[in-house]
Ligand binder design. Sequence first.
Ligand code: HEC
Ligand code: HEC
Ligand code: HEC
Ligand code: HEC
Length: 364
Amino acid sequence: MVDSGNLLLADRQVPVVFRILKMMNYAGVGIGRFDVHMIEKYCKAAKEDGIPILHISPEMPDGAVPYIIKHVGSIRVGIVSFGAVKLNQNDFNLRKLRYAMLRKARDESDVLILLDAADVVTDQEWLERHASRLGSPDLLIGNHKFPGFLEPKLVGKTWIMPLGAQAKYVGVVKIEAGPNKELKVNATRTFLDESIIEYPDVKKIIDEHLQSERELAKVTSAAVTKMLASPSSHGESMTSGVYYDSRTCVSCHKSQYDSWSKTKHSTALKTLVDKNRVIPACLSCHSELYRQKGTYVATDVRYNQSVECASCHINVLPHGNEGPHKDIKVKIDINNCRVCHTKEQSPDFEKKPSEYWEKAIHRS
Ligand code: HEC
Ligand code: HEC
Ligand code: HEC
Ligand code: HEC
């Protein structure tokens, strides 16, 4: 099993998920753009559990390898990953390094799997044009530039796997060795439905984790409530160090997500990109990821790291199917808004706070 990346984990989930991946015998995990700010954490957890993080970058973090070769019977399966990298890395060196590693992996393998969470392959035409230089990977996984098809698709020699969102299915690849040793690769997918048996060991790890999160949520919520009660302490103290991506909320809160998507909060990072001001002094209010992690990934502004759900709702997080714990205060104090809507940055806010409030509460 391999995963191209974008595991979308919160800090405390990282060791838990890697323990589970280990139990499931994962060969390697790539890095997507939603993981790159966590790469050191992923590498640490992966190292502890003996799963390589597949990654290519001029600055390789400890615990990452550019590719692996797995032996399946007598067949050598190469797995290489073009994962997302942090922004400050030189494009040209990176490209050179990626292609060099791909060629090496190709030379050492019979079947080559390319994890492309960085969307290096931009479209079908690109793939056809560059296939031979890329060593014609047999399988392309995790690329967002091929949306809108559900079954694996063969382009030249390369099977493109559809993106598997929300763990709804896994890709399955059959490799057959023909009589003249020519390999036939065939890709399908299998749905993860209720007929799949749950591993008791895995369930136990998850239950324990959820229980400890519930305990922690009670403590965090009490601390946030206390902090908001003293007006002098807004500001940095709103940060919890845990980043919640807005897309982790959409499956349960679609209408709020849609209405938030129409507000400027959802494009606050883009505002900085357009002004060429993706700098800490501005990110401190315009990006939730930066507020929590002191980092940002401006690779693709379609994905949000702006003023997100958690920028306003941090006091109820985390929660899952059951919603926030009943002890937790769900109402938002308008002082939370003033953390960013200061006199300097938002002079109109104090003149008409209720108008601002109305626009923010998901009525549209
Ligand atoms: C983490 C910082 C932050 C917090 C907290 C915050 N805002 Fe904002 N808000 C912004 C930024 C930044 C913008 C401007 C976005 C842009 O134009 O790029 C903005 C813009 C707005 C706008 C204009 C939106 C539009 O679509 O025209 C409204 C209204 C608003 N905020 C209301 C609120 C209210 C009400 C709260 C509290 C419930 C709140 N904000 C909390 C940072 C924040
Ligand atoms: C203290 C938090 C904070 C900081 C720091 C901050 N902003 Fe903002 N910014 C806001 C808020 C809040 C708004 C929304 C203002 C409103 O609509 O009342 C906003 C709005 C904007 C807008 C939209 C204004 C418009 O008229 O559409 C731009 C552009 C902008 N900010 C750029 C920047 C830049 C560039 C920096 C860094 C130099 C920066 N901001 C730093 C909070 C902040
Ligand atoms: C697995 C489903 C699920 C996910 C994912 C989820 N929530 Fe919830 N949430 C709930 C349920 C259930 C409730 C309680 C019932 C309700 O109020 O809708 C709730 C309640 C809330 C409330 C309080 C609503 C109130 O009654 O005032 C807020 C705010 C909230 N969620 C925000 C979020 C944010 C932000 C995220 C993403 C970081 C998120 N939720 C992710 C299921 C979920
Ligand atoms: C600018 C701040 C802000 C942002 C960003 C924001 N919300 Fe809210 N949200 C509010 C406010 C204010 C309310 C009204 C609740 C209250 O009175 O405290 C609210 C209410 C809710 C509720 C309660 C049900 C309802 O619709 O009233 C849910 C659920 C919720 N938000 C989810 C989300 C999710 C999911 C996101 C991201 C997609 C999000 N919110 C982004 C400010 C925000």
